[in-house]
Design a protein around this ligand. Structure first.
Ligand code: FAD
Ligand code: NAG
Ligand code: NAG
Length: 615
């Protein structure tokens, strides 16, 4: 198993995450936490809240809602307390995607975290936020006049979540580093820190060259909700140790009202006759004996964008036709569960040779970590910057598509209607400058390109042969040809940047894709062989949208058609932001934690109407 997945892992590791050596920072074994329940039999019969998944969102919300000691909480986590962090088995699930026909039938590794801390335990630590325009889409796609799910409504929670350790004066001076503490919190327990090493000559050359690209802005902070060229921090503390959900929201916490059981997999949510969630069923370790735990107030799903849909579908909440085909009793026909699946896609590397490089030292590609790693520089740009000549044409042709022509055949009219609204929003994004379609990490003679707003949509479905085994993940990458077109233009942008702009003075020639790849058709063919449709940022599979548009959760993240059941993980994001996703997951978790606490005291009035299509 392992050897088949390694080739696809390798590219991802090298380019996105740095080398494994940088990643596998050891974490000492902690003594048993007093609130860890060792055996399933010792789990209490009932808690106020049961949280499924001790990952990024789960640990954040669990911490917040146990703070005042009023409510009892149990977190159930499939993975373990690992001693090490970083991207490797068994800290990630071993899931291989369906082949994507538009990408020469290649399959891809679906790397997501499996352990206390979830994906933040293994993630690349690149800390970026989306732009104001991108979050505006979340409000727009709520179908409501006044939604607080936008940049303004999220900013206080970004600040509640994260503290920035500023760059040193030397780094600021050498790199023109702009930062603004007003976008960050103070002493939050989770930290963002710049690599501790000096800014390199390569980066200085890149900064100078990229800042001269037409339309490139230099925003006041990496986290100011603006696209452009900026330096960004990593998820590490002031000692350059990974700062993640476990260090920020679990280690050192000991509360009588807060328990966790690990190595335990939730299979289903239990409901009473009126579809009020009453608890969950789970198994621990290799035991086949299922155990039930009750939730007096709520069941909160935080199993991530791949597994939350699985738990829902196993519980009878999902697309009717699919559940029937798999032989599961349908409780709520929810076509959006496991649909609207999106991830960022990328090409790991375009490579150049420099006759007279700016420095003799060839930097490693990707972010620099730790005390010696350089602070990181990225150019985050919209389509008008990538392809000033073609963006209007691409947007126009995209807006004229009939959505059903490109969506999975199984998508229901609601899902197609929901996509129609996304199409309208994406058309405006394609013409906006304050949006990020392409993120380039600028380190040296090679760089990757990304498409952060793919318009293709995939599915996460149960495996009919064994619904409890890992779900079937189908990216359907490139199923909408606009995505290939955007990627081709993005590759052409990077080629121009390296060989025709200010960098040309260094005598640059391209070695990959190289001189044989000339026409747009050549580039397209090369892209189909190179694109990886996941940067491990799956979202959208339980989208916060109106039910009549195929949404799964409402504005309070309650699941339509049920009571006392919420989803808080990355799956609720209706559309991808043009940035890595972790900060946003924290912000959403902080925001919903306040709602949960508030609604514990002031129950929402519209409770029984929640399933109505009148959103
Ligand atoms: C390899 C990798 C690299 C990444 N790089 C970056 C990056 O550089 N920057 C960035 O901002 N973001 C990055 N991300 C994305 C970011 O980490 C995620 O978007 C975010 O952590 C998701 O949080 P979540 O709460 O939705 O899910 P997770 O944090 O994945 O938590 C889900 C948890 O639920 C558990 N679980 C699943 N099913 C069950 C079940 N049935 N029963 C019990 N428990 C269950 C899982 O084990 C897991 O712990 C990366 C992710 C990965 C995997
Ligand atoms: C992909 O697989 C399908 C089904 O097996 C096949 O029809 C198609 O020709 C393949 N495409 C490529 C590019 O190999
Ligand atoms: C569970 O089963 C696996 C595979 O059979 C085995 O390697 C592992 O040791 C078992 N774990 C426990 C806790 O018994």
């Amino acid at each position: 198993m392992r050897s088949t997945m390694m080739p696809s892992l390798r590219g991802a590791l090298l380019v996105l995450l740095g080398t494994t050596a940088h990643l596998a920072s050891a974490w000492p074994t902690v003594s048993p936490h007093v609130t860890v329940v060792r055996r399933a039999e010792d789990v209490s019969e009932e808690y106020d809240y049961v949280i499924v998944g001790g990952g990024t969102s789960g640990l954040t919300v669990a911490d917040r809602i146990t703070e005042d000691g009023k409510y009892t909480v149990l977190v159930i986590e499939n993975g373990q307390f690992w001693d090490e962090t970083g991207f490797d088995l068994p800290r990630v699930y071993n899931i291989l995607s369906e082949p994507s026909p538009a990408l020469n039938n290649r399959s891809f590794f679906v790397g997501i975290g499996n352990g206390v801390g979830g994906s933040s335990l293994v993630f690349g630590q690149v800390y970026l936020r989306g732009t104001e325009d991108e979050y505006a889409g979340w409000a727009q796609l709520s179908g409501k006049k006044h939604s607080t799910w936008n940049w303004k409504g999220l900013l206080p929670y970004f600040k509640k979540a994260l503290t920035l350790n500023p760059p040193t004066p030397e780094q600021v001076e050498a790199g023109n580093i702009k930062f603004d503490q007003s976008y960050w919190g103070e002493d939050t327990g989770l930290y963002a820190t710049f690599g501790g090493g000096p800014v390199t000559k390569w980066q200085q050359s890149h900064y100078s060259a990229m800042s001269k690209v037409d339309g490139m802005e230099t925003p006041e902070d990496s986290a100011s909700g603006k696209a452009g060229l900026y330096w960004y921090p990593l998820a590490q503390d002031s000692n350059y140790v990974r700062s993640y959900a476990r260090t920020g929201h679990w280690d050192g916490i000991s509360r009588d009202n807060y328990q966790m059981i690990v190595g335990s997999k939730v299979s289903t949510v239990q409901f009473d006759e009126d579809l009020t969630a009453t608890g969950v069923v789970f198994t621990t370790g290799n035991s086949t004996e299922a155990r039930t735990v009750k939730a007096k107030r709520e069941v909160i799903l935080a199993a991530g964008a791949i597994h939350t849909p699985q738990v829902l579908m196993l519980s009878g909440i999902g697309p009717k036709a699919h559940l029937e085909a798999v032989g599961i009793d349908v409780k709520v026909d929810a076509p959006g569960v496991g649909s609207n699946f999106q991830d960022h896609s990328y090409i790991p590397s375009l490579e150049y040779s420099f006759a007279n490089p700016p420095s003799d030292v060839t930097p490693i590609p990707g972010p620099g970590y730790g005390p010696d790693g350089a602070p990181n520089l990225a150019a985050m740009m919209g389509l008008p910057v990538i392809t000033p000549k073609k963006y209007k044409d691409i947007a126009k042709r995209y807006s004229q598509q009939n959505p059903a022509d490109f969506l999975p055949a199984e998508y229901t009219p609601e899902l197609i209607e929901g996509y129609r609204h996304q199409q309208k929003f994406y058309t405006s994004l394609m013409k906006s400058k304050n949006v990020v379609f392409n993120e380039v990490m600028l380190t040296g003679p090679s760089a990757g390109v990304q498409n952060l707003h793919p318009v293709s949509r995939g599915t996460v479905r149960l495996n009919p042969a064994d619904p409890h085994a890992e779900p079937i993940v189908d990216y359907r990458a490139g199923s909408n040809p606009i995505d290939l077109e955007v990627m081709v233009e993005t590759v052409k942008f990077l080629r121009r940047y390296y060989t025709e702009g200010e960098l040309a003075q260094y005598g640059v020639t391209e070695t990959l894709p190289g001189p044989d790849v000339v026409t747009d058709a050549d580039v397209d063919a090369w892209c189909r062989e190179q694109i990886t449709p996941s940067v491990f940022h799956p979202v959208g599979t339980t989208a916060k949208m109106p039910r009549k548009w195929g949404g799964v959760v409402d504005e309070d993240l309650f699941v339509y058609g049920t009571k006392n059941l919420r989803i808080i993980d990355a799956g609720i994001q209706p559309t991808l932001i043009g940035a890595t996703t972790c900060q946003t997951v924290y912000a959403v978790a902080e925001k919903i934690a306040e709602v949960i606490l508030d609604q514990a005291v002031n129950p929402p009035k519209c409770k029984v109407k929640r399933d109505g299509p009148s959103q």
